[in-house]
Design a protein around this ligand. Structure first.
Ligand code: FAD
Length: 511
């Protein structure tokens, strides 16, 4: 075999990849901590720390099994901070004859690696990461010729193709979707098990990040880091989720609570996205747990979770590869406003925003509904430039990698793609917030008031949005009813709402 160099990127930590099935003398692996990755956006300090720690422990683990690894730490003197230069230097120093890399999940890295391969004088090959259930371009094929894309259709196909929760050709329980049994407000009916944590000491990694003067956001407790950052931890998190949290996952999937950051969510997204654990392994564990304990775990919980992992997650990846690079510039509503300053501080009188943002800054985490219906909803009501919204989401969350961030943010949340991911914008007034959380009972603003002193900003901004974007939205069948309601309002009521919204938009940083 030719002397081969194999590149492993920071989100490709799949220890079970066939590359590592046996040790081969002629193969050298390389991993790099690089400024190009730490600096393309201001990342949360927990995100940079999690990646560097996970990468270091991954290479150490494989080294201990006999694989030959070259590892560039961020401040190593030989680290040129350039993917291309580092690769070329190793090829020269180690007389490499062949170069291989794993299929990147991000468009920019895909382009960069193709360009590097074009420049190399040796043979090259790209290999699948063996992580996802679908191939990169499967969804592009699936969507061909379809006018309307629907995640539900894709999800059902995934269930059938992979025989997940199937009884022959039919779905187990005779239904594909159990959403109506899920999605309650949390009122303390059942205790929430403590957030699982290994309390990993990550101070060494943090020191290196600080020494390198990498600009980050948010805070960290480096002696008690609570995210799963190696494979053993990822597997333990999955087990804990199945045992303790799955029984109520679906029921409280959309709930929000001032005192509960994680509720019954699995907090496994970093481990999944960095490939410490695979979606198939996770789904198998969920089904196994359900089969063993179906008295405590209902099918509705199991289906609700599996839909996220084999449905939404794979769908977003497929849309990303079907629609990039144009997707990154989509701005259907032509929004151009700045993201309010309080997104970086959490200092706002709106309790839902304060809680969701401060939690994001302290934990690098908010659950799906906080991201979609609180911060995302408000950014949309503020008519924010999707570029700004993307940068915020890409930086702040521990699990944020462009393929899954941009499709959720620009697509699902901001509808900047004009309806590729979602069939309508996810917008709500204070009504939804009050229905799904206890935020409104503790807020400076009055969720019932639409105008006047202390009127909740979500209310007037909501109607303002529909009014401003009538031309683009009124033909959408799923929204038509909103316009009928709006049209029934008196001229003076409409004027009051629009004036209130205008006032709030002009004083956005004071809210
Ligand atoms: P759980 O609630 O326990 O769900 C289990 C798993 O399902 C998640 O770990 C995730 O892998 C998957 N999942 C659930 N919803 C989605 C979804 N909409 N798209 C893809 N996978 C999903 N997820 C990311 O992994 N990275 C991101 O950068 C990201 N950005 C988002 C931005 C916005 C505006 C929104 C609305 C959602 C975003 N999501 C993102 C999806 C979702 O919010 C997170 O996956 C989830 O909150 C992670 O927490 P968890 O592991 O506790 O998830």
């Amino acid at each position: 075999m030719k002397k081969t160099l194999r590149l492993v990127l920071g989100d490709q930590l799949n220890e079970r990849h066939s590359w590592f099935a046996d040790v081969q003398e002629n193969i050298v692996y390389v991993m790099m901590e690089m400024r190009q990755e730490t600096d393309y956006v201001s990342h949360h300090i927990q995100k940079v720390t999690a990646f560097f720690y996970a990468m270091r422990s991954f290479s150490a683990e494989l080294k201990s099994k006999g694989h030959h690894f070259i590892y560039f730490k961020i401040d190593d003197s030989t680290n040129e901070q350039s993917l291309s230069t580092n690769i070329k230097n190793i090829i020269k120093e180690h007389n490499i004859e062949h170069f291989e890399y794993l299929l990147p999940d991000e468009y920019r890295l895909d382009q960069q690696l193709k360009a590097i391969c074009d420049e190399l004088a040796i043979s090259t090959e790209v290999v699948d990461t063996e992580h996802f259930l679908t191939k990169r371009n499967d969804i592009a094929e699936f969507l061909k010729g379809k006018k309307q894309f629907l995640m539900e259709n894709f999800y059902r196909k995934m269930r059938k193709d992979h025989g997940i929760l199937m009884n022959g050709k039919d779905p187990v329980g005779e239904k594909w979707n159990f959403d109506h049994e899920n999605r309650n407000k949390y009122k303390g009916e059942v205790p929430i098990p403590p957030a699982y944590s290994y309390k990993t000491d990550v101070t060494e990694v943090l020191k290196d990040i600080q020494k390198a003067d990498i600009k980050t956001i948010g805070t960290i407790d480096a002696e008690n880091f609570h995210w799963p950052i190696d494979r053993k931890q990822a597997l333990q998190f999955a087990r804990y989720f199945c045992r303790e949290l799955l029984p109520y996952f679906g029921t409280y999937q959309d709930a929000m609570h001032t005192e509960e950051k994680f509720l019954f969510h699995s907090r496994i997204s970093f481990a999944l996205n960095s490939k410490l654990i695979s979606p198939k392994e996770l789904v198998d564990k969920i089904i196994e747990a359900w089969e063993e304990d179906s008295d405590n775990i209902s099918l509705a919980q199991v289906e609700g979770y599996i839909r996220q992992v084999i449905g939404w997650r794979e769908y977003m990846r497929g849309i990303y590869w079907a629609k990039m690079p144009d997707y990154a510039n989509k701005n259907y509503f032509e929004h151009d406003r700045k993201l309010p300053d309080f997104y970086w501080t959490g200092k706002t009188k709106m309790k839902c925003m304060e809680k969701s943002i401060t939690q994001s800054l302290s934990e690098a985490y908010a659950h799906h509904i906080q991201r979609l219906m609180v911060t995302g909803n408000f950014a949309l009501l503020n008519m924010t430039d999707p570029e700004e919204v993307d940068k915020w989401y890409l930086g702040i969350y521990i699990d944020a990698i462009e393929w899954v961030e941009i499709t959720n943010t620009r697509g699902m949340s901001q509808y900047a793609d004009g309806g590729i991911v979602g069939s309508k914008p996810y917008l709500s007034s204070a009504n939804y917030m009050h229905k799904m959380s206890n935020y409104c009972s503790n807020c400076h603003y009055d969720h019932k008031k639409k105008t006047g002193d202390k009127a909740c900003p979500f209310n007037s901004l909501y109607w303002n949005f529909y009014d401003k974007h009538r031309e683009k939205l009124e033909k959408n069948q799923r929204i038509a009813m909103m316009y009928r309601t709006w049209d029934k309002k008196s001229t003076s009521e409409k004027e009051e709402l629009l004036d209130q919204a205008e006032y709030y938009l002009q004083h956005i940083n004071d809210l």
